[in-house]
Design a protein around this ligand. Structure first.
Ligand code: SF4
Length: 194
């Protein structure tokens, strides 16, 4: 490992390039563990899923990530308790008219479809464990709330999405970067476009 990092430091390419190359060479004996974040990434960009599943974290000093953390800290601060459940973490859970509601807070509704799938995944995980719950997406900066219910269609969509995530993460090669509307604010931007 020391030799590896010594050779990294001698090279002029950014460190993340090397990390991706090393990750590319690895094959994993276990399938990826699918948490809500991976489901969210799947709806945004397949390359993000592959990177995240390999443990290659996005740039921690990215300004959009920092903004997300700030909104996280300042919105629903009292309610939020990050409830862990399997490979997931719910932002918070509340009771509404005798029913459990899983709440997910997002900084914007730009990726609403991805957020909806993430929350549906939480509801599906709960259902598999014998709990029925509803979901509520919260976009505090837009003062917007979107209820989410787990329908048969959403379950079917999630089932095929899981299969695709497993297949994708078992690929030896990182999917090529393809420009999309999310690239501009993506914390992996430096990895993809330098
Ligand atoms: S910068 Fe674009 S291509 Fe790269 S991971 Fe982000 S969304 Fe995907």
């Amino acid at each position: 490992m020391i030799l590896f990092w010594a050779s990294v430091l001698r090279m002029k390419r950014p460190r993340w390039t090397i990390i991706i190359e090393v990750a590319t060479m690895q094959n994993f004996s276990e399938s990826a563990r699918i948490g809500g974040t991976l489901v969210w990434y799947w709806a945004i960009c397949r390359r993000q899923v592959w990177l995240m599943a390999r443990g290659i974290d996005p740039n921690p000093s990215d300004e959009y990530l920092a903004m997300g953390r700030l909104i996280d800290r300042n919105s629903y601060a009292r309610e939020r308790h990050q409830t862990p459940f399997g490979d997931n973490k719910f932002d918070f859970i509340k009771a509404d008219d005798g029913q459990t509601v899983v709440c997910e807070v997002k900084k914007s509704s730009r990726a609403e479809k991805a957020s909806r799938l993430q929350l549906a995944h939480y509801l599906y995980e709960l259902k598999k464990a014998g709990f029925l719950a509803k979901g509520l997406l919260l976009f505090p900066t837009e003062k917007k709330r979107v209820p989410v219910e787990l329908t048969e269609e959403l379950q079917a969509e999630l089932d095929s999405l899981y299969a695709e995530i497993y297949a994708l993460t078992e690929q030896a090669e990182v999917p090529l970067a393809e420009r999309c509307k999310y690239c501009g604010k993506c914390a992996y931007g430096e990895y993809c476009w330098g």
